[in-house]
Design a protein around this ligand. Structure first.
Ligand SMILES: *Cc1c(COP(=O)(O)O)cnc(C)c1O
Length: 375
């Protein structure tokens, strides 16, 4: 059996090696390392895949969030509501831009931001909501868009973990994660569902004016060379990364299907154990399992993790500590009792190995050992 890894980028690379190597070589031959033709081509192809009017590539998913907030003209003191159960990048940019960070609990089942908690947190100063489509499944976008519309609030979807997830509206229509709010953002960090071989990110929007603004801000605030309308940043996707992403985008649906199939195996075998809660699958979204995240009851999570380590099975805790408990964010003045759901989740969650090349032998070995621990 191959060594079990949380993410096996090596095996994935070997399976598409000649295509990747050729695409890298063609960029080297052209030496168009910045803003080469592959960047535009990739943006067009992702645009088509997502069925969205504009894709603007940038240097990483954190920049994408920052550029989105800059383009919406959010100003110091404006309130931005997001979830307490996410990767730090989501809240970091809010703080960096001098905006007032308002964090709320997620739903205990889906791990995604609770619409009820958003409703309670809205004030006349609320300017934006940032739902994060965590672990590969969409937040309840229909309710969030309705609430945002009633209160004149922007919605920025953090789709870093959900490239390719389908959101299903109550009328049956379907849109890709990140294309529903005013702006969507994503990351091409290597371990993401669509990952490159370094850093990369993108913004999505259907609004022409916003698209022009996003493109300008990502490129030093200029639409015409050396003419600066906006205060911008330098945030570009490298041509090499774009060339790699063009190859990998062709396989994205296949990759996501492989993840879903691994998740199905886990679900089937592990849902029989009363001390394990398998990931909830909501009706309004597909789930592409960026992470396969269990909840382990009765305080047994850490011991299970150690037991699996002994069997050479890696597992990860996403996320071990709520944001409000991080020293950098203590200035917000929140208390643990403000977030009963996040606090409980941080003690219970455990993510099992999940990637596009995991095979049945590996899955069976992981499942066998998880169940053995609870015997
Ligand atoms: C990975 C990630 C980001 C940041 O992406 P980078 O490309 O690493 O900057 C933002 N939000 C979420 C939810 C993420 O998982």
């Amino acid at each position: 059996m191959r060594e079990i890894q949380m993410v096996d980028l090596k095996t994935q690379y070997l399976n598409i090696r000649s295509e990747i190597d050729n695409s890298i070589k063609s960029v080297l031959d052209s030496t168009a390392f910045i803003r080469g033709p592959e960047v535009k081509q990739f943006e067009k192809e992702l645009q088509h895949y997502l069925n969205v009017n504009h894709v603007i590539s940038c240097a990483n998913g954190t920049d994408a969030l920052q550029i989105a907030m800059m383009a919406l003209g959010l100003k110091s003191g404006d309130e931005v509501i997001t979830t307490n159960f996410t990767f730090i990048a989501t809240v970091e940019v809010v703080a960096l831009l001098g905006l007032k960070l308002v964090i709320v609990d997620p739903e205990p089942g889906s791990f995604n931001i609770s619409v009820e908690e958003i409703r309670k947190a809205i004030t006349p100063r609320t300017k934006a909501i940032v739902p994060v489509h965590l672990f590969g499944q969409c937040a309840d976008m229909e309710s969030i868009m309705k609430l945002a519309g009633q209160n004149n609030i922007f919605v920025i979807e953090d789709a870093a973990q959900s490239t390719g997830t389908d959101y299903i509206f109550s009328d049956g229509s379907v849109k890709k994660a990140g294309t529903i709010g005013h702006i969507g953002t994503t990351s091409f960090f290597p371990s993401k569902n669509l990952g490159c071989y370094g850093d990369g990110g993108a913004l999505y929007t259907n609004n022409d004016e916003l698209a022009a603004k996003l493109r300008s801000i990502a490129n030093h605030g200029m639409k015409i060379k050396y003419h600066h309308d906006d205060i911008g940043v330098n945030s570009r996707l490298d041509t090499l990364q774009a060339a790699i992403l063009r190859v990998k985008l062709k396989y994205l649906d296949m990759y996501n299907t492989a993840r879903i199939s691994a998740a199905d195996s886990y679900d089937k075998a592990l849902s029989v154990c009363p001390e394990i809660i398998v990931p909830e699958r909501v009706t309004y979204s597909s789930h592409i399992f960026h992470q396969y995240t269990l909840k382990i009851k009765n305080g047994k999570r850490d011991n299970l993790k150690r037991f699996l380590e002994e069997k050479k099975i890696p597992s990860m805790i996403y996320y071990p500590s709520p944001l409000h408990a991080q020293p950098a964010y203590s200035y917000l003045g929140y208390r643990e009792t403000d977030f009963p759901v996040t606090t409980a989740l941080c003690r219970e969650v455990l993510s099992l190995p999940m990637h596009t090349e995991i095979d049945q032998e590996q899955l069976d070995y992981i499942i066998l050992n998880v169940l053995k621990y609870f015997e």
